[in-house]
Ligand binder design. Structure first.
Ligand code: CTP
Length: 332
């Protein structure tokens, strides 16, 4: 009561208490007085029972604090209702690290867990998109399905792939009908020229594994893109994140590249949180350490803005475009 700072309340209690009219009325009173409330989630509770009442994930609490401090401009809490700004849009997301076979039991892989890609697919779906997820990993069911929540959103189409070549085929055949493609997958840049048909034996000595480049899917998408299509790439880096992301933006013809310092604490591979910088030709947006879902929404906010910007002029003759001077103005 003594503070003039914004107040965030994150309730945690047993389901019966949370649902009690006394608590609900008190929460409404607090909200009416301007207190921000981050509702509890459903899950395991302190008494060993399960239900609604679990403290929101710490990363989501941090994201909400950051959002409040940023004046609500940057991040959306996971409990907030999603904007429906992707309704009627087709969005393709890739997730996970590719595996390039050396022999029938071994492969070249990387540390990507697919969590950020899954969060992007879920966030795009929650915003109304028809989503295709091309992935090398199968993660636990999507949030809606996991919580048993019946919703009328479209199911995500999941396409399983393993290698960079399979991912290239899956993405490039589906790319013409997509409004937005987000390449969150960690695609191998090189693969063994030939996978041995039988298991390599130690007794045969140190094998010589010759590599060749894979198709750069994002660069190929940049060459083939439809007018109005938005392309988003990722750059997993351990140094000079912004410079490298900007380099990739130019080299691959993407609209946005999400630079990710995978060496930073709490960010990158396998973590449930991430911290990124979204680089566009106009500048950069720094997204502080947040849940991967909040990062996904920040990336989609930036991508939707580009979709909207391009759409305004799409299919119109030059004279009718907002960025062209009107003939009447010119003659007057
Ligand atoms: N990518 C792709 N096809 C590849 C390799 C990467 O589409 N064969 C995409 C990734 O999905 C990601 C972006 O390109 O969106 C990453 O760029 P890349 O230059 O491959 O990053 P690194 O592999 O980290 O490259 P470098 O070693 O040059 O930093």
């Amino acid at each position: 009561i003594a503070t003039r700072a914004p107040v965030l309340v994150c309730p945690a209690m047993h389901t019966e208490m949370w649902e009690h009219p006394a608590v609900q009325e008190n929460i409404s009173t607090l909200k009416r007085r301007g207190v921000r409330v981050l509702a509890p989630t459903a899950g395991r509770l302190a008494g060993g029972d399960t239900g609604e009442g679990r403290l929101a994930e710490p990363a989501d609490v941090v994201a909400e604090v950051v959002r409040i401090l940023a004046g609500g401009a940057l991040l959306r809490p996971s409990g907030a209702s999603a904007p429906s700004d992707l309704t009627g849009r087709r969005v393709l997301v890739t997730a996970g690290g590719t595996r390039e076979p050396i022999d029938p039991v071994r492969f070249i892989a990387n540390r990507s867990s697919g969590k950020q890609g899954y969060a992007l697919a879920e966030a795009a779906r929650a915003r109304g998109a028809q989503v295709t997820l091309v992935t090398t990993v199968r993660r636990v069911p999507f949030a809606g399905a996991a919580a048993g929540v019946a919703d009328d959103l479209q199911p995500i189409e999941v396409v399983d792939v393993e290698t960079a070549a399979e991912m290239a085929e899956a993405v490039l055949t589906r790319s013409p009908e997509q409004d937005m493609i987000v390449m969150a997958a960690a695609v191998a840049d090189f693969r063994p020229v030939q996978a041995a048909p039988a298991k390599l034996r130690k007794a045969a000595g140190v094998p010589e594994i010759v590599l060749e480049p894979t198709v750069d899917i994002l660069a190929e998408l940049g060459r083939r893109r439809n007018p109005g299509q938005v392309l988003v790439g990722f750059a997993a880096e351990t140094e000079d994140v912004v410079e490298r992301a900007a380099e990739k933006l130019r080299a691959k013809g993407a609209d946005l590249v999400v630079g990710n310092d995978v060496g930073a604490e709490g960010a990158g591979f396998s973590h449930d949180t991430n911290a990124v910088v979204i680089v566009s030709p106009e500048g950069r947006i720094d997204v502080p350490l947040s849940s991967k879902r909040a990062v996904a929404d920040a990336v989609l906010d930036a991508a939707v803005a580009r979709l909207a910007g391009q759409d305004a002029n799409l299919g119109k003759p030059p004279a009718a475009r907002a960025d062209w001077p009107s003939p009447t103005k010119e003659h007057s």
